[in-house]
Design a protein around this ligand. Structure first.
Ligand SMILES: [Zn+2]
Ligand SMILES: [Zn+2]
Length: 175
């Protein structure tokens, strides 16, 4: 396989694996015992800012970093793939904790893009800890019925209030 294609395939596999790893590790961290000892520090940010993205207690940092040895054991990884993966992880984490919605209002209506988590998705996790455990994608929360029931309406509310110029013309006429 050409190295570029191979690296993209490795990157996609790493992201999918990390998303599953994070969802289940995150649900585990929300059990009472682990929450108090491992995850509570991260949830001190009730209204997150980008600084919260990597604000973890040391035990959580170890758990979060565990994805790298796990993927290295399961996949043959090129070093550039690992750099791509870590860069993507930081960018997505900062977006999730941005404090303002960065995605456009039509995002949740796009057939494929709606599966990608938004800032509102993770923000709702910080304000309502029992929902939205996912990292990169929304599918685990949908399959496990842990997606916040008001996620679509909250997303529409914030995108319309912060970016009114981005409302599609046909929807403007309904308001
Ligand atoms: Zn967070
Ligand atoms: Zn959490």
């Amino acid at each position: 396989m050409p190295s570029g294609v191979r690296m993209l395939a490795e990157f996609a596999a790493m992201v999918l694996l990390h998303d599953a790893y994070f969802y289940w590790a995150h649900r585990l961290m929300h059990t009472k015992w682990l929450f108090r000892r491992v995850h509570r520090l991260h949830h001190k940010s009730r209204t997150p800012t980008p600084w919260a993205a990597y604000a973890f207690a040391p035990p959580e940092a170890i758990l979060e970093a565990g994805i790298l040895p796990v993927t290295a054991l399961l996949l043959p990884l090129h070093e550039v793939t690992v750099i791509l993966f870590v860069t993507h992880m930081i960018v997505r984490n900062v977006i999730g904790h941005a404090g303002v919605e960065l995605f456009p209002s039509w995002w949740l209506r796009a057939p494929l893009l709606q599966w990608i988590t938004t800032t509102t998705h993770h923000d709702l996790h910080h304000s309502h800890g029992g929902y939205n455990f996912g990292l990169y994608f929304t599918w685990w929360d949908r399959w496990m019925k842990t997606e916040h029931p008001e996620y679509p309406s909250r997303f529409m509310a914030v995108t319309r209030s912060t970016c009114p110029l981005k409302i599609p013309a046909k929807e403007k006429s309904n308001e």
